[in-house]
Ligand binder design. Structure first.
Ligand code: ADP
Ligand code: ZN
Ligand code: ZN
Length: 803
């Protein structure tokens, strides 16, 4: 008879066991079980031991008791996931159509799967009758306790767990966990003297090494064991002997980072900043959009809000786009909050991640700074989640589950009664739309701290062509750079790397070939010499004459940063020029190196891609060139206009942040383009309202949802066959929705990058009206989360839902 039952999520990736399982709790573990702790259980054919997470505890159970298995052990001393975060696991599974185990992986760091050694030990048995098998097993451990993995080798029948359970019920054995230290790797061993006595009073031989250790500890009190043996040049056995003799005691201490000097205050906030802080803190609303022009001092506002919550003994999460997680943000936060911060980014090793995680879990920090995954940090009393540059794509996970950090943060704010601040100079359309509908409160910072916006100019590149300049640097940009260099100031040139993606444009009139049905640029494919739409798969033959002006100068667009670097070095041989793009930035150090050198003035001209647009604060930059604005404008995505507006604004926001005026040159073949002009005039509202109209007209988010299902496999035939079969299944399931025009189903098409890492990808797009989402998600789960496609990776992406 069990008094308690637990519901568990098993830590296993199989689609077939993506459900909750009920297990019985033996009385001995009744006090230890708690929601959010992990347990060991056996599963399936009884040969497998598996970790599982407790998600609920009940006193009764519908299932007949003989069918219920027992949990073997409780793995954690304290819960690793809070009850609120367990609610989030359920929500993520529904929202992003994934498995429980996928959601759990976001919350528990990989390294916390420490090796759990279970030891089986015999008890005295008097007058207990055992079956033959029980006797056999008991005999293996009668004299010596055995680790389960060794016991398994001796006892070769496949019912080992049943037999162990029976023996436990008969009180013939006990199960011991050898090592309960949570995430041991995050800790380091320290030693200190148990008693500080005169050296002669210690009861030892007093070898030279022992005396040295004792004297060292008299002076330094608590010392890291590694440092101790290094400093004294002794082997750890000397220390261990002293521990055995009860002269030293050992303790485990969380890995420490060095102390940081805190520079108290801080800038005096200006009126706008002060009002922003006060409104956010005092409002009853939970979610805010801090819409502040570039250089308006948003970071100061964030830090003040965080400070406010620290005073209420709450921790906050500060999220930044992955790449701007450099020196810059961390510098600023360390200055303000010392070492009471934890930092998460994708380059941390498993161990480093665990250290940071444990610091947060133990409540040793006030602020967590990190890229998107830091939103899942194990904070207990959450003050605020701040998402800087909230419009950045890197807030949407690129791997399954493809969660949207903003949605997760908003969900958490409601569960945990905390606040979310979304900051940007160019809010995403989705966020802005939610604000318009009253779901997000808007707070504005309309002015730069230095009160001057940069001077922005649009350059018509086809007239450069007429002048005989067919390079990527216009005359005016060239002149401005010359002046900048002469004044010992700095310049940034920006080029969109995705310019390679192959749209076709007329260099004479700027016409771009678009899909008639989807209003996005078509992409050139060498195979078949044709143009293809990224969404609906429609094709056109490649053309050699501009359909608009008849010019023969219509061609696939391409330009790369390397090409620009060569050109700049030719034009300015005496300047120090560096390039920052995905190819040249092989690691974080590389990036930081350039960041530091640009900051201290040893680089004159920086050429780069999107990376440059993000949040850099360099006061000495006075010329910024956007070399080919068209390259962003013509990305084959429905949100290309939005991205263009954001990038132009962000890049130009790098100019003139100090006391000198900045000059920004936007080079384009479409000088009259509405978006480019709106960005030039810094007219966000005009842009966004026009864009919303178009989105509505062409049926794009936020008015409908776009669902993208990508099937991935090394086996090309299999993935094509499955994609087609699944398409037929979906088609049948949604036929009524299609009939009533609330859903549009496209045929499967190869991904625009069909083969990556030897894996083939097939995309399927669906457009669906919001009212049908619940029903559609059920269909998608039953079609794609089924075990019959266990061997194909499925990645489902649903654009942001307004909450
Ligand atoms: P944003 O994030 O809005 O682009 P930042 O927070 O980076 O702006 O601020 C821009 C610059 O202005 C920074 O160098 C910052 O130190 C400075 N700054 C911000 N607020 C103030 C203030 N109240 N007084 C003086 N300087 C400020
Ligand atoms: Zn033309
Ligand atoms: Zn199309």
């Amino acid at each position: 008879m069990y008094k308690k039952f637990v519901q568990l999520i098993l830590n296993n990736n199989s689609k077939s066991i993506d459900q909750l399982f009920t297990y019985g709790v033996p009385d001995a573990l009744a006090d230890a079980v708690e929601i959010g702790k992990r347990v060991k259980v056996n599963f399936g054919n009884n040969k497998h031991m598996i970790d599982a997470l407790i998600v609920s505890i009940d006193c009764s159970c519908q299932i007949p008791e003989h069918k219920i298995k027992t949990i073997i052990d409780v793995l954690d001393d304290v819960p690793v996931v809070s009850e609120e975060m367990i609610k989030l696991i359920f929500w993520i599974r529904e929202r992003y159509i994934c498995k429980y185990s996928d959601a759990i992986r976001l919350l528990i760091p990989a390294a916390i799967k420490y090796e759990h050694n279970i030891v089986v030990k015999a008890k005295e048995i008097n007058n207990i009758s055992l079956s033959d098998k029980e006797k056999e097993l008991y005999n293996f451990i009668k004299d010596n306790p055995l680790e389960l993995k060794n016991l398994k080798k001796h006892y070769t029948y496949n019912d080992i767990f049943t037999v162990i359970d029976n023996l436990k019920d008969k009180d013939a054995i006990e199960i011991i966990s050898k090592d309960k230290l949570k995430g041991k790797e995050a800790y380091e061993k320290y030693v200190s003297l148990i008693e500080d006595k005169n050296i002669n009073e210690y009861d030892i031989n007093k070898t030279k090494n022992q005396v040295n250790v004792i004297n060292y500890l008299k002076e330094n009190k608590l010392v890291n064991i590694k440092k101790l043996s290094e400093d004294l040049g002794i082997s750890p056995s000397v220390i261990n002997n002293l521990i055995k003799k009860d002269i030293l005691k050992e303790e485990y201490i969380l890995y420490q980072i060095e102390e940081k000097n805190v520079i108290k205050n801080e800038l005096k906030l200006n009126e706008e900043q002060k009002n922003a802080c006060e409104s956010i803190i005092s409002s009853d609303n939970k979610v805010f959009l801090l819409h502040g022009v570039t250089g308006s001092g948003k970071t100061e506002v964030y830090m003040n809000i965080i400070e406010h919550y620290i005073n209420e003994n709450k921790q906050s999460i500060m999220l930044v786009p992955e790449i701007s997680l450099t020196a810059q943000t961390i510098d600023r936060f360390e200055k303000r909050f010392g070492n009471k911060i934890a930092v998460f980014h994708s380059k941390l090793s498993k161990k480093e991640k665990l250290i940071q995680w444990t610091k947060v879990h133990n409540k040793e920090v006030d602020v967590v700074i990190g890229a998107r995954s830091a939103v899942f940090s194990p904070i207990k009393d959450l003050g605020a989640i701040i998402i800087d540059e909230e419009h950045e794509d890197s807030y949407i996970s690129s791997t399954s589950p493809k969660y949207n950090t903003i949605e997760v943060a908003i969900k958490m704010a409601h569960n945990l009664n905390s606040k979310v601040v979304l900051g940007s100079a160019t809010p995403s359309i989705n966020t802005y739309y939610m604000a318009q509908k009253g779901q997000i409160e808007i707070i504005e910072l309309k002015n730069r701290v230095n009160n001057q916006m940069p001077d922005m100019k649009i350059i018509d590149m086809s007239s450069e062509l007429d002048k005989g300049n067919n390079t990527l640097i216009s005359e005016e940009l060239y002149e401005s750079m010359k002046k900048t260099l002469f004044n010992k100031e700095q310049a940034i040139l920006f080029l969109n790397k995705r310019g390679y993606s192959g749209f076709v444009t007329c260099k004479k009139c700027g016409h771009v070939v678009k899909c008639d049905r989807c209003d996005v640029s078509m992409t050139y494919h060498i195979k078949g010499n044709m143009l293809k739409c990224h969404y609906c798969g429609r094709t056109k033959r490649m053309m050699y004459e501009c359909p608009k002006c008849g010019s023969k100068k219509i061609e696939q667009f391409s330009a790369g940063t390397q090409h620009v670097e060569r050109l700049v070095k030719q034009l300015f041989p005496n300047a120090v020029t560096e390039r920052m793009d995905v190819d040249s930035m092989t690691d974080r150090d590389c990036y930081e190196n350039i960041y530091r050198r640009f900051k201290n003035g040893s680089i004159d001209i920086l050429i780069g891609t999107q990376m440059l647009a993000k949040g850099f604060d360099f006061p000495n930059v006075t010329t910024v060139g956007v070399l080919v604005a068209d390259a962003i404008l013509n990305l084959p995505f429905y949100n290309a206009s939005e991205k263009t507006f954001q990038l132009i604004t962000q890049v130009s926001g790098r100019a003139g942040r100090g006391s000198k005026t900045g000059n920004v040159f936007i080079q384009t073949y479409e000088p009259n383009n509405f978006i480019i002009n709106a960005a030039k005039n810094n007219n966000y509202e005009l842009f966004i309202n026009e864009e919303l109209k178009l989105r509505k007209e062409f049926a794009f988010p936020p008015f409908i949802n776009i669902i993208n299902i990508c099937l991935i496999s090394k086996n090309e035939d299999l993935v094509i066959k499955t994609a087609n079969e699944k398409y037929e299944e979906i088609k049948e399931a949604v036929k009524d929705m299609v009939k009533e025009r609330s859903l549009l189903l496209y045929r499967p098409i190869p991904h625009s990058i069909y083969k990556i890492n030897d894996e083939y990808r097939i995309n399927l797009f669906i457009k669906a009206s919001r009212s049908k989402m619940a029903e559609l998600k059920k269909i998608l789960r039953s079609v794609y989360m089924d075990k019959d496609i266990e061997y194909i990776k499925v990645s489902i992406n649903i654009n942001t839902d307004t909450v």
